[in-house]
Ligand binder design. Sequence first.
Ligand SMILES: [Zn+2]
Ligand SMILES: [Zn+2]
Length: 390
Amino acid sequence: MMRNPAEHIVVDERLLSIRRHLHAYPELGFHERETSAYIADQLRDHGIEASLNPVGSGVLAVIRGCADGHGEGPHIGLRADIDGLPVTEDSGVANASRNAGVMHACGHDIHMTGLLAAAFWLVEHRDRFNGSVTLVFQPAEETGEGAQALVDSGVVDDIDAMIGTHNNPDYAPGQIAVGTEPMMAGCVKFAVTLHAQGTHAGYPHMGTGPFEAMASMILALQTVVSRNETPFHPLVLSVTQVHGGDVWNVIPAKAGFIGTVRYFYPDDGAMARRRFHEIVERTAAAYDIGADIEWNDFAIPLVSDPELARAAMRDVAQYASLEPIKPSMAGEDFCEYAKKTRLLFAFIGSNGTPGHHGLHSPRFVALDDAIEPTAEFYVNAALRVLRELR
Ligand SMILES: [Zn+2]
Ligand SMILES: [Zn+2]
């Protein structure tokens, strides 16, 4: 493999002020109008033609390389998510959110600023690469809808590989985790509705009720993790909501529960789904009631293409500290792009101080020092992947 020295990116006052602006004005998923306009303006100021996403918010822009004069080559995407969360900021930072009740509590302002910095570098160094780079400023990651909408709109159809990052406060700035293992969990939302006959509470033998079956199911479902899964693979099955009943003297006809399954390996997800259905359906039969199951695969596990990950790992050591992946039980809608293209994803250290607050906390702080490694990962991974795919 050809060895090229890594490119370094300087984060100047102009980039810091972009970050401060984006952090101060967060917007919720699919409502990122001001954010999109601001990003497009920044790109145009640097001679990069930008257009609104076909899904209504977010920005797309293409930078074409011209290393050999012709620029022919692969087509890759660099993705940054741009939405904030419905969280009231309590971080104490000087540029805290000025949009009431909305906060960049997941640090997507770091992703946007890092991708803008990478875009400014790429457009100034078009003679360093062949092929083209589509900048994907993606809306609505937090609701799990943005990547799906872009995939459905065909934006990704002719992209050979997609590169993404997420800042990670469990690592310090300057630390980057990239590798071949799963990074973020597959995530299922399940909902069970139980149908019984319902009856007078004083005459339970005149009908059937849902609660004894529901209690049995919730307890038995814990054996999916404790008795069906190897102890060497992480798996979570949590019931997070139960509902049913209106009055004290009626056994209701209907009740239900909702929850989530998190897993890292496709076989584990399939096993959990099979055992879940067996336990719920057979318990319902044993109690002589009906059960409807909704099983919604909210996100598949996020894992990088092994070939791209190995290539990127070799470069990272030149400009950052390459760290082992600490897998996250949260989901990430970047996995949706795997339906169309190869993926490369990295965790970029964004805090790492003792007692720091996690993603989605009102007190979450991503340090400015995370911008430079984010930009450097986008640029160096892009150059590497463009070369690898030729
Ligand atoms: Zn988030
Ligand atoms: Zn996020």
